[in-house]
Ligand binder design. Structure first.
Ligand code: ADP
Ligand code: MG
Length: 237
C-alpha cells in the first residue's frame, strides 16, 4: 500500500505564537519504493515522520495509507493503524536490555495479545533477513551498534507493515556500518513491497533509493539531481 501525504501543514505552540514545522508538504511513496529525505537539523524531517506515523495530527492536509485516510481517525483507530500498517525505526534502537535479539522481536506479539512463541518462525526469518541469524540469542550489550540497529529494523517489520518510517538510523554508526544499514533498509523495502520514508544525513548512500527529497524550513522539495545522475562528489559534499 502506498503512503500519501497531501498538503500537510503542522504548527507547534511557541509562546503566544505558533511555529510552522511543516509547510504544505506533499509526498507520494508507492509500495516497494524508498523516498529519502535529507535536510538540516530542525528542518521538519522528524515532524513529517510523526505525522506519517499517525503519532501527530497535522493542522491541515491528509495522510493516506492505501485508500485509507488516517487523518480523521480517532486515537484508538490510529493506534490500530500503527499496529497493522506502520513500522517505525527511530534513531536509537531502544532495545530492552534483558531480552535476546529473538525475544526483542517476539515480544511484539504481546501487543496483539498473542504469545511470543506463536511468532517465533517469523522472528527467526526476519533476523535472517537482516543478517543476524547467528546472533538470535545475544542481548543488546553483546551486539555492535550496527547489529542493534538491524534488530531494530527487523522488529519494525514484525507486523508486516505496509509503510516503514526510518529516522536517521545511522547517526550513531561509523560510515561503513551506516552504509550497510541503509543498504539493508532499501533492499528490504524493495523485496517486501513496503512504502518507505528514509530520513538520513548520510548523503553518500543515496544512490540506491528511488527518490530524494530535501526538507528546508518545513518545505519539502525534490533534491536537485535525479538519483541515477547523482555524482559521488556531490553526494558526499
Ligand atoms: P528535524 O527532524 O529535521 O531535525 P524536527 O521535525 O525535529 O526537525 O523539528 C522541526 C521544528 O519543529 C524545529 O524548529 C523544532 O524545534 C520544532 N519542534 C519539533 N518538535 C516539537 C515539539 N514537540 N514542540 C514544539 N516544537 C517542536
Ligand atoms: Mg529529526
Amino acid at each position: 500500500m502506498s503512503l500519501v501525504l497531501d498538503h500537510i501543514t503542522l504548527t507547534y505552540p511557541d509562546g503566544a505564537e505558533r511555529v510552522t514545522a511543516l509547510d504544505d508538504v506533499s509526498l507520494t511513496v508507492p509500495d516497494g519504493t524508498v523516498a529519502a529525505v535529507v535536510g538540516p537539523s530542525g528542518s521538519g524531517k522528524s515532524s513529517m515522520l510523526a505525522v506519517a506515523a499517525t503519532l501527530v495530527r497535522p493542522d491541515a492536509g491528509t495522510v493516506r495509507i492505501g485508500d485509507l485516510d488516517v487523518t480523521g481517525l480517532d486515537e484508538a483507530a490510529r493506534t490500530a493503524v500503527r499496529r497493522t500498517h506502520v513500522g517505525i525505526v527511530f534513531q536509537q534502537p531502544n532495545l530492552l536490555a534483558s531480552l535476546t535479539a529473538l525475544e526483542q522481536l517476539e515480544v511484539m506479539a504481546v501487543l496483539d495479545g498473542r504469545r511470543p512463541a506463536s511468532v517465533r518462525e517469523r522472528a527467526r526469518e526476519l533476523l535472517g533477513a537482516v543478517g543476524l541469524a547467528d546472533q538470535a540469542g545475544r542481548r543488546p550489550h553483546q551486539l555492535s551498534g550496527g547489529q542493534r540497529q538491524r534488530v531494530n529494523i527487523a522488529r519494525a517489520l514484525m507486523g508486516s507493515p505496509d509503510v516503514l518510517l526510518v529516522d536517521e538510523p545511522t547517526s550513531a554508526l561509523d560510515h561503513e556500518r551506516g552504509a550497510a544499514v541503509l543498504d539493508l533498509v532499501v533492499r528490504l523495502a524493495h523485496e517486501r513491497g513496503v512504502a518507505t520514508v528514509l530520513v538520513t544525513h548520510d548523503h553518500s548512500q543515496l544512490g540506491l533509493v528511488d527518490e530524494i527529497h530535501e526538507m528546508r524550513d518545513g518545505v519539502l522539495s525534490p533534491a536537485d539531481l535525479p538519483v541515477a545522475n547523482l555524482p559521488v562528489a556531490a553526494a558526499t559534499a
